[in-house]
Design a protein around this ligand. Structure first.
Ligand code: GAR
Length: 215
């Protein structure tokens, strides 16, 4: 039997992606243990979701630190104690510095609501609609020091209907996120995803721009 995977999940807000991961674990389809959920925002609803599921939580407010380096230093200490296989960013709205990234090299993954490298940062749904894009989507990638950058693991696409509201588009994107993130975590757990020389291999195949997942 392949070993369960252990996770530290970092978030700043609602935590619907955390919930999707919890649900997948609870229904037996993801063999993972969430060791800790950490938020930089004390009122993040994701903390409540974690507590309700008996998961340890920690609030590390960036306002209590002088700079990014000292914040990251403390974050590294907290995560190291948990000895996790992966650090999972689930709506964690902070850039992680090079010290953090090198401490968890090839072990940090992020989900972002766009087809990266298009639209890193905020307001991706709005930008897609304003630019009349025909497609939108979700990307899961390894994290480096940049904003929403690093080798892409996988993505999932959506056709954009020009008439839909930003909220409708956001809801559709969330559904795709809740599908692809637990799925990719499962593939990590099953040993299907490996990282070699900063390149992502899935079932030993190298995907230059990430693998397309279908819903
Ligand atoms: C998600 O849409 C996620 O892709 C995005 O934040 C949202 C968090 O939602 N992340 C980023 O924009 C990272 N740059 P959630 O709190 O409901 O999971």
């Amino acid at each position: 039997m392949i070993k369960r995977i252990s996770l530290a999940i970092l978030l700043s807000g609602n935590g619907s992606n955390l919930q999707a991961i919890i649900d997948k674990i609870n229904d037996g389809n993801l063999k993972a243990d969430i060791k800790i959920v950490i938020s930089n925002k004390k009122d993040a609803f994701g903390l409540k979701r974690a507590s309700e599921n008996g998961i340890k939580t920690f609030i590390l407010d960036h306002n209590d630190f002088e700079n990014r380096e000292s914040y990251d230093e403390e974050l590294i200490k907290i995560i190291k104690k948990e000895e996790v296989d992966l650090v999972v960013l689930a709506g964690f709205m902070r850039i992680l510095g090079s010290n953090f990234v090198s401490n968890f090299l090839n072990k940090i993954i992020n989900i972002h609501p766009s087809l990266l490298p298009k639209y890193p940062g905020l307001n991706t749904h709005k930008k897609v609609l304003e630019n009349n894009d025909k497609e939108h989507g979700v990307t899961v990638h390894l994290v480096n020091e940049g904003l929403d950058s690093g080798p892409i693991i996988g993505f999932i696409k959506l056709k954009v209907d020009k008439k839909q509201s930003e909220k409708d588009l956001e809801d559709k994107i969330h559904k795709l996120e809740h599908y692809i993130y637990p799925k990719i975590l499962s593939e990590f757990q099953e040993g299907k995803i490996s990282i070699d020389d900063n390149k992502v291999l899935i079932n030993k195949v190298f995907y230059k721009n990430g693998k397309e997942y279908l819903n």
